[in-house]
Write a protein that binds this ligand. Structure first.
Ligand SMILES: [Zn+2]
Length: 322
């Protein structure tokens, strides 16, 4: 039965209290193919039952059962109805944030690229990064399956966007000098397949900048850690291992913290990719020690709250001026 759009009303929050309707399937670990796992999460941030596990072979975190492509499609369709009214457009505040992030990302990548280089942004969202990359003298294209956002990117920035998934976009193999992807791979049930696609799309020594949230971030509240949309939870170690196994080297110029990596395409996978044998135990300890009680009795959430408030008021001032 279709879900009626209730917007952000108390009723919409009540509606979210239904357990997720998905069958899913139990899958081997996407990184090491392992089958042994330890449960590290049983409820998501809305207190809905949701089982997250830690692979005992490599330390990758993922949903088990893993939603199928059809489950994920249905989830986004329903969530979409709950969160947005009809044709969704980015809000002014999120656009401001996006444009700032895009400028920062361009500055980070500028030392690695030349004018005219071909750039592909996977999950290009509002198109802010594609526009900033064009302005930096690169030749940028985006892939964004969300129809409202891809239409916005084309109209607002005249950005070159394929309004479809990466698998379905008509892109030429070996044609990009750089592929970028920010906060996308944690949503993919088969990230190793997406890595293989990126590998095919790049020139022989092309670059891949990948950034995902850090599941081992001690600043984040444990109660907000689990999310139906985030089907994989990465750390710098697991993302690096996945990159090596997929035929990339990790460049020393990569930003220093978290799963935020500059990768260079190699012709072959790196054979000794299992370089963090202690990682499963380290992660197990992290989940055991980083409890909600510890988190809320530390200064971290309060410091974060005040930092966020000051950012909001700065953004409000910027929006009033524009
Ligand atoms: Zn594994």
């Amino acid at each position: 039965m279709p879900t009626r759009n209730l917007g952000n009303t108390p009723l919409s929050w009540l509606q979210r209290l239904r357990p997720y309707r998905f069958t899913g399937e139990s899958r081997p670990c996407a990184l090491c193919d392992g089958l042994e796992r330890t449960v590290v999460g049983t409820r998501d941030r809305y207190l809905m039952p949701l089982r997250n596990v830690l692979c005992r072979g490599c330390g990758l975190v993922f949903l088990d059962p893993m939603p199928t492509e059809a489950d994920i499609e249905r989830y986004y369709r329903d969530e979409y109805r709950q969160h947005y009214h009809g044709d969704s457009r980015p809000r002014a505040k999120s656009l401001l944030r996006d444009e700032r992030g895009a400028r920062e990302r361009v500055a980070l990548l500028a030392p690695l690229l030349r004018k005219g280089d071909r750039v592909l942004d996977i999950g290009s969202g509002t198109g802010a990064f594609v526009a900033a990359a064009d302005a930096a003298g690169w030749n940028a294209t985006g892939v964004e399956p969300h129809q409202g956002y891809s239409a916005f990117a084309r109209e607002h920035y005249q950005a070159d966007i394929h309004a479809t998934t990466l698998e379905q976009a008509p892109l030429t193999p070996g044609s990009f000098d750089l592929v970028t992807s920010s906060h996308v791979f944690e949503h993919l049930p088969a990230p190793q397949q997406a890595f293989a696609l990126v590998h095919r799309l790049l020139t022989s020594d092309g670059l891949f900048h990948i950034h995902v949230p850090d599941i081992s971030d001690p600043q984040r509240s444990p109660s907000a850690r689990w999310h139906f949309g985030h089907v994989h939870g990465f750390t710098r170690e697991t993302l690096s291992m996945l990159a090596w196994r997929s035929g990339f080297e990790v460049l020393p110029e990569s930003p220093a913290v978290g799963p935020n990596l500059f990768l260079r395409r190699l012709d072959q996978p790196v054979s000794d990719w299992m370089r963090y044998p202690q990682h499963p135990e380290t992660m197990q300890r992290f989940f055991a020690e980083h409890t909600a009680w510890r988190h809320f009795t530390s200064a971290t959430p309060y410091r974060r709250f005040f930092a966020r408030m000051s950012r909001f008021s700065h953004e409000r001032r910027r929006l009033r001026k524009s």
